[in-house]
Design a protein around this ligand. Structure first.
Ligand code: PGA
Length: 252
């Protein structure tokens, strides 16, 4: 089963609207040059830059995703945005459950169990992040943590719909630390996540794309992306520079 790799630029809380414009103007010609046989590319800007990025990427091979959303359609939820609002702003997808949201902003598996189906129902591609902490890996709990997150966060998604989501395996100890998981560690965890999905629906297990995230750079991208069960990357720090990000897309 050939899965098209998905390379996503997670800008986190970086870039003004003007900086987002500069980035797109530099990146788009590079992606264009790679053509439709290259990896699928998604940029995940902060909310405020999202409409502009969507406008600039329209008609190109680059998609746009938000970094979070709330599961309700509308109402008294100060500070939140809905799936419908993201679609209206031009988003194609949404990152859900990033470890920074889980650790710093109280994101729970219970909330994610509602967010993933809400994104799917709206027609947004959910990119669900899962991953263990350093202590959990040292204690040999990696698979237990991944199983708990995948089972809980996808509990309300129909088995046949699982193939249409993306899961990003992001070991927390590798995010923004410069410490990358070895290609073998990353591939083993991705294969394990795929087996959890396949246990619910065999075809979905073949279809679902599993990204690796955590200190992906131009220098290590080819090795990570060459693994059998890794179908792309969620890139943080190295996605802020259009040249570095384009090099990662090229490696894919
Ligand atoms: P990093 O971040 O590439 O800076 O490690 C990855 C992520 O948090 O998605």
């Amino acid at each position: 089963m050939a899965r098209r790799p998905l390379i996503a630029a997670n800008w986190k809380m970086n870039k003004t609207i003007a900086e987002a414009r500069g980035f797109c103007e530099q990146l788009l010609p590079d992606v264009e040059e790679l053509g439709p046989d290259g990896a699928e590319v998604v940029v995940c800007p902060p909310y405020l830059a999202l409409p502009l990025v969507a406008q600039l990427c329209e008609g190109s091979d680059v998609g746009v995703a938000a970094q979070n959303m709330y599961f309700e359609d509308s109402g008294a939820f100060t500070g939140e945005v809905s799936a419908a609002m993201l679609l209206d702003a031009g988003a194609d997808g949404v990152v859900l459950g990033h470890s920074e949201r889980r650790q710093l902003f109280g994101e729970t598996d219970g909330g994610l169990a509602k967010k993933v189906p809400a994104a799917l129902a709206a027609g947004l591609l959910p990119i669900l992040c899962v991953g263990e902490s350093e202590g959990e890996r040292e204690r040999g709990e990696t698979e237990e943590v991944l199983r708990r997150q995948v089972e809980a966060d996808l509990a309300e998604v129909a088995d046949e719909a699982l193939g249409g989501i993306v899961i990003a395996y992001e070991p927390i100890w590798a995010i923004g630390t410069g410490k990358t998981a070895t290609a073998e560690q990353a591939n083993d965890a991705s294969a394990f996540i795929r087996s959890l999905v396949a246990a619910r629906n065999t075809e979905a297990g073949d279809l679902i794309r599993i990204q690796y995230g955590g200190s992906v750079k131009p220098a290590n991208a080819a090795e990570l992306l060459g693994q059998s069960d890794i179908d792309g990357a969620l890139v943080g720090g190295a996605s802020l520079d259009p040249e570095d990000f384009a090099a990662i897309v090229t490696a894919a």
